[in-house]
Each structure stands twice: as C-alpha cells, then as structure tokens.
Design a protein around this ligand. Sequence first.
Ligand SMILES: Cc1cc2nc3c(=O)[nH]c(=O)nc-3n(C[C@H](O)[C@H](O)[C@H](O)COP(=O)(O)OP(=O)(O)OC[C@H]3O[C@@H](n4cnc5c(N)ncnc54)[C@H](O)[C@@H]3O)c2cc1C
Length: 399
Amino acid sequence: MDIRLLPEHDRFRDEVRGFLDRVLDDDLRDGARFCAGIFQDYATNMRWHRILYHQGWVAPSWPKQYGGTGWDLLQRYIWTTEASVAGAPGLAPMGLGMCGPMLIGHGTPEQRGYYLPRILSGEDYWCQGYSEPGAGSDLASLTLRADIDGEDYVLNGTKIWTTHAHHANRMFCLVRTDASGKPQQGITFLLLDMDSPGISVEPILFASGEHEVNQVFFDNVRVPRGNRVGRENDGWTVAKYLLEFERGGGGAARMQAALTRLKDLARSTPVDSGSLAEDPGFARKLASAEIDLAAIQYTEFRILAALAQGGNPGPESSILKNLGANMGQRITELAVEAVGCYAAPHQPEARTVGNNIAPVGPDQAIVVLPNYFNMRATSIAGGSNEVQKNIVAKLVLGL
Ligand SMILES: Cc1cc2nc3c(=O)[nH]c(=O)nc-3n(C[C@H](O)[C@H](O)[C@H](O)COP(=O)(O)OP(=O)(O)OC[C@H]3O[C@@H](n4cnc5c(N)ncnc54)[C@H](O)[C@@H]3O)c2cc1C
C-alpha cells in the first residue's frame, strides 16, 4: 500500500497541528489522559465535539454532501494520528460512527435531513438498543415486542448493556414485530426519543467504578411508525449494515498513542539496570506489540480505502475488531506490568479532573488498573471475539 505523503499533506499536517495547539486546553487534555473508561466521559466528549463541529471537522468519514470534510484517506489518517498524539479526547461513536452512516445508507431523505445535522451539531446524543438479557451473540433471538396501534408501535420489554443511555436523548433500537418465522425475519429497526413516557434507565456499574452501561426498560412506550428505518420485519439488514461501521475501527492511531504513553511510563520506571524500557525482556514485549500494531494499522487502511470509495467496511471489519480488542488489552496488561505495585491503589477520586488529590507513583499510574479492567470488556462489547472469528470464517474465508 502506497502511503507516501505529498507536499499538500505536509501542509495539511501543519494546519492540523496549529489547530490542535490552539484549541486543546489543559481540561481537554486531562479529560483524555485520565479517562479510564472505554468511552470518553460525557462532558469532555461534548466540549470536544462542539469545537470540532464549529471547525467543520467533526465527521471526517462522512460523505461531504452530508457534512463530512472531503478529506482523502491520508488526510484522515493524519488527522486521527495528530489528534491522538496531541492527547485529544475521543468522541462517542454511537451517533457519528454508527447511526449517521446507517442513515446515510438506509434512511429516508426526511430522516437524513432531520437527524444528520443534529448528530453533527451534538444536539442529539445516541445510544444503541440491540442487546437484551437473552440476546447478545445470538442477537436475532431478541424479544422486545413492538405491537402496532394506530400510527404507533407500542414497545414492551428491555435492553441491556446500553452504553451511555443515561446521557442519550435518542436510541436506535431493534424490536420484534413478528415472531412467526425465522428469528431474523421478524425484526424491525426503530429510532426513538429517550424521554418518551414509559422508558426507565437503570445503571450497571463496572468493576472499576465507571458508569458507562445501563439496562433500559420499556413499558408501553409509543413510537411513531414514521420512525422506522427500512421495511417492517427487515430491520436485520439495517442492523448488520450498522454493525460493520461499529466494528470498522479507526482505533489504530489511539492505540499507537497508548503505546507511546506506555513507553514513556516504562522510561520513567526505574529497575536495577536503569529504566524498564531498557530491560531486554520488557523492550522485546514493547517491540512485538509495535510490530503487531503496524499490521493493524495496515488492515485499517484497507477498510478506510473501501469507505473512501463510498463502500461500507464489509465483514473484514470483524478482523479489525478482533485484533484491535486484543491489542488494547495487551497494552493495558503491559501498563500494569510497568507500574507494578503502583497499579494497586484504586483511587477513583484522583482521576477526577481539577481535584487536589495527588496521584501515587508515576502520574499515569492512577488510570492503569481501571483501564486494564475496562479493556477486558472490549473483546465482548460490539460482538465477542469468538463471534467475530465466526463471521470471518464464514463471510471472509467462505468456510
Ligand atoms: C462494555 C460493554 C458495552 C456494551 N454496549 C452495548 C450497547 O451500547 N448496546 C448494545 O446493544 N449492546 C451493548 N453491549 C452488549 C454486547 O454487544 C454483548 O455483550 C455481546 O454481543 C455478547 O453478548 P452477551 O453478553 O449476551 O454474551 P453471550 O452471547 O452470552 O456470550 C457468552 C460467551 O459465549 C461465547 N459465544 C456465544 N455464541 C458463540 C458462538 N456461536 N460461537 C462461539 N462462541 C460463542 C461468546 O463469545 C462469549 O464468550 C455492550 C457490552 C459491553 C461489555
């Protein structure tokens, strides 16, 4: 793959660096640095989202006609790399990375015209209502019922593991509209308002203390039939299309930045022979991770190239999802090894930006253990590693 930079790419990189220098203040950088969750905290996410929106850079992967930047593949790569290296926060993917591309592919002109500008501006914050207590890997067995009553669907049942449902004002959701045939054939895709009467959101806390996911209950919730995406009982097609974007990544630059932070950590960790970074055993592990991460980067390029030509990520996105989850976990494992005993004290208060509690050990050590715990979930969230391997075997390798 040819990734040589042209002079205009160098100029673009200077522009990006200048912008990041100008807008990234200490609060945004600390919000990103002390984020131990899988997702950026809501307040930091929204501040960063609005800054990028006003700059016109909030949705680089969208087609230009819908509010994308019109950047080529290398410009997008330069942007994500520079933003990660500069310590910029991440952005929640449910609207920009999942619902938006899904609407561009399957929404009506009215749905695109209404929802896409609101995703771009940050006015709408989305959550994903796919999983249920009895339907995760076997998603097609979902049972949340939607009965037709006049111009509305009436929803009864529950969704679980719903990331940021407690912040979201909208949900995209899979519901059961027909239970008579094959499970995949009776599913419908709906968009709904989280403040609809009959919806309640209960928190589920992670082992690390973070509140990211929830269980959502539906008690006779009315959703207008016009909020359906795609045809009735054909929501499975839309759901699968959206999942390709969820699994299509964009995370290699962030992992690269995490690896760079890990190296800094190793350099500042003394061992008998000097620093941990010079220890041959640890240096070998760092080098091995770096080589594997380069392979992930090239896989991501191939998927981005398909997107840049107007395609969707395809089932190959499952390769990236799997490799990315493993790499994220590996980096956090090495970070725990690097900080050693300093990983032990669990200090949720020290991670709150702006307080006066001094961290123990190397500065970065306070997020190492919660980050390690949270990254365990990445080989489950968005479809487990085993399920991704099944998809690759079937749809990529044709086995
Ligand atoms: C942090 C986090 C955030 C999430 N956020 C959301 C969200 O916002 N919205 C949403 O809808 N869902 C969300 N999920 C749910 C997620 O999609 C499911 O957890 C996931 O699909 C697995 O389903 P399950 O938990 O029911 O596990 P199960 O499906 O019960 O799987 C249990 C184990 O069995 C294995 N397994 C199952 N079937 C097979 C098979 N056919 N072959 C081989 N192995 C198999 C799995 O790999 C896994 O190890 C989130 C999950 C997590 C952990």
